[in-house]
Design a protein around this ligand. Structure first.
Ligand SMILES: Nc1ncnc2c1ncn2[C@@H]1O[C@H](COP(=O)(O)OP(=O)(O)OP(=O)(O)O)[C@@H](O)[C@H]1O
Ligand SMILES: [Mg+2]
Length: 279
């Protein structure tokens, strides 16, 4: 059966198989497999330098991979035009570049470009979609503000609005909550969760293990450019796994207030206190 997007039934929305990335002598990714079914929220966790951004960039066709393959709804990424990729997939980079002087709404409208004809300017529908994306991310108050005057968290939400305005079927987020206050961390992840429940497929790099365990369906742990764990939050957020990957002693429990899996980060292993306790 062929679906609306031309996919074959059963194909993952996005899948990376055996992906390898080398830059000069450095091997950034090696034999990485990651797939996300339609309507799934996958969290990509791992220490600084593990390769999370590199993998997201490779899957978004922003960075070339030397080995393996990436497919979107069963179609090889390399066989798709950049316009077709942008119709299907949006990437929110970790530190998106921007030109000072653009207003927030102009930046969000840029998300509509893949949907416009070659010499077509944005129309009413594009403005409506941009406006709705700004409402969802609570950025409508910054409409006419120049993006360089926004705070870090305000700007991060405007960039998310741009990615939403692209109306992708697959959304790749690189630490979307890194600059957000606790209220907006919860609001933005709840929004993404709702969109996922409506059929969007999301892969997000995220450092906060509690938020990752609470909002994601599945977690993939990267370390040194390789996948070292992949499964339900309960299978990945375990004290032994956290200690091996991050060098942090932790306690994992069910949060009585939210019912979600939660982790207390106790101390780095190998600290003086931990060493003294072992003597
Ligand atoms: N052009 C490059 N040349 C050499 N090494 C690079 C290059 N680009 C990235 N790297 C290295 O590749 C590794 C993976 O980087 P990446 O940005 O994917 O990590 P990350 O998991 O996203 O980390 P973070 O949590 O800090 O965002 C890092 O060690 C980085 O220094
Ligand atoms: Mg990164």
């Amino acid at each position: 059966m062929t679906l609306r997007n031309g996919a074959t039934n059963g194909a993952a929305a996005i899948s990376a198989r055996n992906v390898g990335v080398s830059i000069d002598a450095a091997r950034l990714l090696d034999g990485v497999d990651l797939s996300a079914e339609r309507g799934r929220f996958v969290g990509l966790i791992g220490p600084n330098g593990a390769g999370k951004s590199t993998l997201l960039r490779a899957m978004a066709s922003v960075l070339r991979y030397q080995d393996g393959a990436v497919s979107l709804f069963g179609r090889d990424l390399e066989a798709l035009s950049s316009r077709r990729i942008a119709e299907l997939l949006a990437l929110l980079p970790q530190s998106p570049p921007y030109s000072p002087g653009f207003t927030a709404v102009e930046l969000v409208l840029m998300g509509r470009y893949p949907h416009l004809g070659r010499f077509q300017v944005e129309g009413r529908d594009d403005e409506r979609i941009a406006h709705e994306s700004m409402r969802l991310t609570e950025t409508d108050a910054f409409h006419e503000r120049s993006v360089d005057t926004l705070s870090g968290g305000e700007r991060q939400r405007v960039f998310l609005a741009r990615a939403l305005a692209q109306q992708p079927q697959i959304l790749l987020l690189d630490e979307p909550t890194s600059n957000l206050d606790i209220l907006h961390q919860l609001k933005i992840l709840s929004l993404v969760r709702r969109l996922v429940d409506d059929g969007l497929t999301v892969v997000t790099a995220i450092h906060d293990l509690n938020l990752a365990a609470r909002f994601c369906d599945r977690l993939v742990l990267l370390e040194g450019g390789r996948v070292v764990a992949d499964g339900a939050p309960e299978a990945v957020i375990r004290p032994d796994v956290v200690e091996r990957a991050f060098g942090v002693r932790s306690a994992v429990y069910r949060d009585p207030a939210t019912g979600a899996l939660a982790v207390s980060l106790i101390e780095p292993v190998g600290t003086e206190a931990a060493d003294a306790a072992r003597v």
